[in-house]
Design a protein around this ligand. Structure first.
Ligand code: ADP
Ligand code: MG
Length: 293
């Protein structure tokens, strides 16, 4: 393509809400055949809500919300914001944790009012040699089959509750997936969330391939594996967790509504956070480079 065509293409991209880092990006955009989509914040809104609290015997919802809410109040994760907001609504002002640590891809841990508290995936409890009671494990399964993320809460060495949180699929996601398929791309859903939840979301938007329960640092390996199969891979993401995968993908598309880390790592920014702009970008590149039928 001529420099003029690339400039025109870049300008047209800006009109469509697609910020392109450099003219050469249009060339890689044209070539991609696989598109990996992060779940939370990319396919879904990322605005999660706390929907239910399931407690173990002898435990009250209020004490669960007070301790879990206090810890999550110190985290920026979408799950954490949902738990903290739901807790504050129910129990009022939350205490400040005496100790706090974020465990990426797993949850949070710390000390609240003298209790050693864990909030996060079942695996986080497992790392501390704790497990869900049979009742809580059943509650977790039930939540996940309904497409909700189940968050375990433990303190002082025992599992105490399961929190159910969920966010909605963006109303533009299913249409965007259809358009990406029509352009010949294979969509793959990638998430750190539970497999059952991921499959429920994938089914809702029309994606057949799901890679779930992936640790943040392993998302980049999923991209590399696809590349080693000879695929040309686009990755769409919004989180700090997605930055390495966005940088490694042949084409990184960052949600403009996402984190600065993702935007810096991407080749393209989808300003409005609408996945349809990913399909627009592919069409635009093919058109600019003269391969559209
Ligand atoms: P995604 O890949 O969907 O953007 P993450 O890798 O950030 O998600 O997190 C994976 C999973 O770890 C979440 O679905 C949640 O179950 C758990 N998790 C992560 N951070 C927290 C937190 N602060 N509180 C509770 N659970 C968390
Ligand atoms: Mg995300």
């Amino acid at each position: 393509a001529t420099p003029t065509a690339l400039m025109v293409g870049t300008g047209r991209g800006a009109q469509l809400g697609i910020l392109i880092k450099g003219p050469e990006v249009l060339e890689t955009t044209r070539a991609v055949d696989t598109i990996v989509l992060d779940k939370t914040g990319t396919v879904t809104t990322g605005r999660m809500t706390l929907l239910a609290v399931r407690t173990a015997e002898g435990v009250t919802e209020d004490e669960v919300l007070r301790l879990a809410g206090a810890l999550e109040n110190a985290s920026e994760h979408p799950v954490a914001r949902a738990v903290a907001a739901g807790a504050a609504e129910r129990v009022g002002t939350l205490p400040a944790p005496e100790d706090f640590a974020n465990v990426p891809g797993l949850g949070v841990q710390g000390v609240v009012e003298g209790h050693a508290v864990l909030v996060g995936r079942e695996k986080l409890l497992g790392d501390w040699a704790m497990e869900l009671t049979p009742e809580l494990a059943a509650a977790k399964q039930e939540a996940e089959r309904a497409g909700r993320t189940a968050i375990a809460v433990a303190w002082d060495g025992e599992a105490r509750a399961v929190l159910e949180v969920a966010d909605a699929v963006k109303d533009t996601s299913a249409e965007a997936v259809r358009r990406l398929r029509a352009l010949g791309l294979t969509p793959i859903l990638l998430t750190g969330d539970n497999r059952t939840v991921a499959e429920a979301v994938a089914a809702e938007v029309g994606i057949d391939e799901v890679v779930a329960e992936v640790m943040p640092e392993d998302k980049v390996d999923v991209v590399r594996r696809l590349q080693s199969e000879g695929r040309s891979v686009a990755m769409v993401g919004d989180g700090v967790n997605d930055a390495a995968a966005l940088a490694t993908a042949d084409l990184g598309l960052a949600m403009g509504t996402g984190t600065d880390a993702a935007i810096e790592a991407g080749d393209l920014t989808l300003v409005r956070g609408d996945l349809n702009a990913a399909a627009d970008a592919i069409r635009l590149s093919r058109r600019t480079l003269g391969t559209i039928r």
